[in-house]
Design a protein around this ligand. Structure first.
Ligand code: PAF
Length: 234
């Protein structure tokens, strides 16, 4: 497995038409399942690890986001990834971060990214940064397919719409949704779960269970009652 910092190396013939798994590192079995899914499509798999500054708000966890390259590579190697792309910030944002932030704010996002009351409401600017970096990574890696977890469902929908709205830029690129991978207690795997206190983790599991029971209901009133009962049982 190669570790690539220089984007020019991504054009190696053996990586042509690769399957691509973009990540911010701190990898877990959820990321592993994306690589396994990509490998099943029979192409070489490139994984990117880049903690993208433009998708973090000023009071978010950019500085303390876990950077664990050695253990990330130890997880990826046995899964058969061909290369890990670990670009320096300058390779992604050659005009500097201030210019990149202005660019991300100017992106015309698909409607799903600004749906009322969803993630954009509490993380203004987040999806502009995601759209900017994902587009830039697609330009550099030039994959034939890219694999995204359904855990970040709004992000997945944003990327799907972004790619289908700009075929001249992205060509035949296929976006492949992959199922959420959960811990034994039902919590969706996430690099940020390590931040949770015991009580916060219990609350997060309660929310996941409440959403699961709501899914089985036929009527809104039933869904609300089942969710309330589930939350109160914790
Ligand atoms: O889901 C993530 O880890 C990030 O948002 C992504 C898609 C790698 C872009 O930085």
């Amino acid at each position: 497995m190669r570790i690539i910092e220089d984007p020019a190396e991504l054009q190696a013939p053996d990586l042509c038409g690769c399957g691509f798994v973009p990540t911010m590192g701190a990898l877990h079995a959820g990321h592993g399942s994306l690589v396994t899914r990509a490998r099943a499509d029979g192409r070489p798999v490139v994984v990117s690890i880049f903690v993208n500054p433009t998708q973090f708000g000023p009071n978010e966890d950019y500085a303390r986001y876990p950077r664990t390259l050695d253990s990330d590579c130890a997880l990826l190697e046995p899964l058969g990834a061909a290369a890990v792309f670990v670009p320096p910030v300058e390779a992604i944002y050659p005009n500097g971060l201030a210019a990149a932030r202005i660019e991300s704010e100017a992106i015309a996002l698909p409607a799903v990214a600004t749906a009322p009351g969803l993630e954009d409401a509490c993380r203004p600017g987040h999806f502009g940064g995601v759209a900017l970096v994902v587009g830039r990574l697609f330009d550099l890696v030039r994959p034939s397919a890219a694999y995204f977890g359904e855990k970040d469902f709004q992000q997945l929908r944003l990327v799907q719409d972004m790619v289908s709205a700009d075929r001249p830029r992205y060509g035949e690129l296929r976006i492949v949704p992959c199922p959420t991978v959960r811990e034994g207690d039902g919590l969706a795997m996430s690099s940020r779960n390590r931040y949770l206190s015991g009580d916060e983790r219990t609350a997060a599991i309660a929310l996941a269970r409440a959403l699961q029971v709501a899914h089985s209901a036929q009527r809104v009133e039933t869904a609300e009652r089942l969710m309330r009962e589930t939350l109160e049982s914790f």
